[in-house]
Design a protein around this ligand. Structure first.
Ligand code: OAD
Length: 231
C-alpha cells in the first residue's frame, strides 16, 4: 500500500502564480473588507459588489498558471497516496495535475443555486451576473464558502490527515478556523513540515522550512520521491 501524504495549502501556494494572498501586505483583505464581500450579510445587502469581487478573482485565476509548487505537489502522486486539502478557491492544483483535491472553502470556477445548494454549475470562466438564474429561477451565487457558512469536506479531510505518514503545509497563515485546526489531527509520529517565507504560525510539532512555495516545495517533493530525508 502506498504511503499517504496530505498536502494542506493556502493562498501562498498560488502567490508565485500571481494571485494575491489575503493577509500579506497588498493582500485582498487589505483592499476589501470581509464584511463587504465574503459574508451572507454582504450578499443580501449588495449582491452586485459580491459578484464583482468573485468575478475578478475568477478572471485572475484564468490568467494565472500553476507554478513549480503546484506541479511538484502533483508529481507526488507518482509514488504516494496523495490528498490535497486546500483552502484555495482557485483551480491551480487541478490544472497542475493533482487528482484528489478537497476544496474546503469552495471553488470560484463554479456557481450554485441560492435555493438548492446541490445545484452546482461549471462556469467555464464566465462571470456571474445579477439575473443569472438556476433551473428553479433563483439567482446564482459563487460556489464558495463565506464567513459564517459551513466549511466543506472536514470529516473527509480529518480522516486522511489522521492516517497520513507525511503532512506538508504550504502558504497559509493558519488563521481561519475550522480549516486550520485540521493540522492538529495529524499523527504524532508523522513527518510534518510547514513551508512559509515567515516564521509565524508554525504549529509546534511541525518543522518550518523557510522560503517560498515555488522554491521549497519542489525540493521536499524531490527528497520524498527519491527516499531521502528532508534536511
Ligand atoms: P493568508 O493570506 O491568510 O496567508 C497567506 C500565507 O502565505 C501567509 O502566511 C504568507 O506568509 C504565505 N505566503 C506568501 N507568499 C508565499 C509564497 N510565495 N510561498 C509560500 N507562502 C507564502 O491566506 P490563507 O491562509 O490561505 O477564506 O487564508 C485562509 C482563508 O482566509 C482563505 O481560504 C480565505 C481567507 O479569508 C475565506 O474566504 C473563507
Amino acid at each position: 500500500m502506498r504511503e499517504k501524504i496530505v498536502v494542506f495549502t493556502g493562498a501562498g501556494v498560488s502567490a508565485e502564480s500571481g494571485l494575491k494572498t489575503f493577509r500579506d501586505s497588498g493582500g485582498l483583505w487589505h483592499e476589501h473588507r470581509i464584511e463587504d464581500v465574503a459574508t451572507p450579510a454582504a450578499w443580501h445587502a449588495d449582491p452586485a459588489t459580491v459578484l464583482g469581487f468573485y468575478n475578478e478573482r475568477r478572471d485572475d485565476m484564468r490568467k494565472a498558471q500553476p507554478n513549480p509548487a503546484h506541479t511538484a505537489i502533483a508529481r507526488l502522486e507518482e509514488a504516494f497516496d496523495v490528498v490535497v486539502v486546500t483552502q484555495n478557491i482557485d483551480d491551480l492544483h487541478e490544472r497542475a495535475g493533482s487528482t484528489r483535491v478537497l476544496h474546503v472553502h469552495g471553488e470560484i470556477g463554479k456557481s450554485r443555486s441560492t435555493v438548492d445548494p446541490t445545484l452546482i454549475y461549471d462556469l467555464a470562466g464566465a462571470h456571474i451576473a445579477l439575473g443569472d438564474l438556476c433551473e428553479h429561477g433563483s439567482q446564482l451565487r459563487p460556489d464558495v464558502v463565506w464567513f459564517g457558512e459551513e466549511v466543506r469536506f472536514m470529516d473527509e479531510s480529518q480522516w486522511h490527515i489522521e492516517r497520513a505518514a507525511k503532512v506538508l503545509v504550504v502558504g497559509t497563515s493558519l488563521t481561519v478556523y475550522p480549516a486550520a485546526a485540521l493540522l492538529d489531527d495529524a499523527a504524532h509520529g508523522a513527518e510534518k513540515y510547514v513551508v512559509s517565507p515567515d516564521a509565524q504560525n508554525c504549529p509546534c510539532d511541525y518543522r518550518l522550512l523557510r522560503g517560498t512555495a515555488a522554491t521549497v516545495v519542489p525540493y521536499v517533493v524531490a527528497c520524498w520521491l527519491e527516499g531521502r530525508s528532508v534536511t
